[in-house]
Write a protein of this length. Structure first.
Length: 315
């Protein structure tokens, strides 16, 4: 199979039929073998009924229905697990991503041998203050922190070689950082493509300003995981050694001063350096313990499914 189109959605019933027909038209005109995987992330409207109707008239349509809303990352993870295509395309269900971009994205993966191609919505049709400005600040911070030089981490329109989606773990709210996760796993051929962005045709956006706050917090998490996720002792051990060395230095200074310099001076416990030494050595020890616990957890963890599937179609 050439292409799997993975589409997470939440309450997008009005756009699904139009989106399906558009994707199918692009696929058939380019003679692609394909599947369209809709992941209903706990919709409360008739999105699932629409997906069922589409699957009845088109055998290429497949569906996954979550028991409740588990989040976009979990929806993508479920879609990636089921995808059979050599190239996986992700897009949002709100018709703001343009399916006409699919052939060129496919060519960049297959012919140009990229591992991942991320869309760049260079011209946006969103509110400047509520989405454009925060998005620019977020993307700047993501580039500086991750080292992945993309202009638009948040764009839902992306193309992946199948090896990428089968070897990364998308969880929590990490869907924004899939390129960073891919790079951390060794998939270094990552690029971007300017794509058309369209104004929302139906409904309202599901994302507010809080997503950028969560995004920056996730950025800190992904920075840590990409550098120390497989070796937490390297970070916590270094911090522990540094803090313990400071404390030990103060303790050594107090001991030498008491024994050889001011032998009849005040008690060691009456000097502020004593408490600095005590606190920093305790903190250093705690960092060491945190590092050991991190290593133990890393080596004994078992994978736990982070979502529950209620129904599946055509799998």
């Amino acid at each position: 199979m050439n292409i799997s189109v993975v589409i997470p959605l939440l309450n997008e019933q009005e756009s699904l039929t139009e989106l399906h027909d558009w994707i199918a038209r692009v696929m058939q005109s380019n003679h692609f073998s394909y599947e369209i995987i809709f992941i209903d992330d706990g919709s409360t409207d008739d999105s699932w009924n629409t997906i069922q109707q589409l699957s009845q008239k088109d055998e290429n349509v497949k569906g996954i229905r979550f028991l409740k809303n588990f989040g976009k990352s979990q929806a993508l993870h479920a879609g990636f697990e089921k995808a059979n295509g050599n190239v996986i395309i992700t897009m949002d269900a709100d018709l703001q991503d343009n399916p006409d971009e699919i052939p060129e994205l496919y060519s960049m993966i297959v012919n140009d041998k990229f591992d991942l191609v991320s869309g760049w919505k260079k011209k946006r049709y969103d509110s400047f203050l509520s989405k454009n400005l925060p998005s620019k600040l977020f993307n700047w911070a993501a580039r500086k922190t991750s080292g992945v030089k993309l202009h638009d981490f948040n764009c839902g329109l992306k193309a992946y070689h199948k090896n990428v989606v089968k070897n990364i773990d998308v969880n929590g709210e990490m869907h924004r950082y899939i390129p960073v996760l891919a790079k951390a796993e060794g998939f270094s051929k990552i690029t971007e493509k300017v794509v058309l962005h369209q104004a929302r045709k139906y409904g309202e956006t599901k994302f507010g300003m809080d997503r950028f706050i969560h995004g920056f917090l996730d950025l800190i998490t992904i920075w840590f995981l990409s550098r120390f996720g497989k070796r937490p002792m390297h970070l916590f051990g270094a911090l522990g050694f540094f803090m313990f060395a400071i404390g030990f230095g103060f303790a050594l200074y107090l001991g030498i001063d008491k024994l050889f310099i001011h032998q009849t001076g005040r008690l060691i416990t009456q000097r502020p350096q004593f408490y600095i030494a005590l606190v920093t050595m305790i903190i250093g020890t705690q960092f060491f313990v945190a590092g050991f616990l991190g290593e133990i957890i890393l080596r004994t963890k078992t994978d736990k499914r982070r979502y529950l599937v209620k129904d599946e179609l055509n799998f």
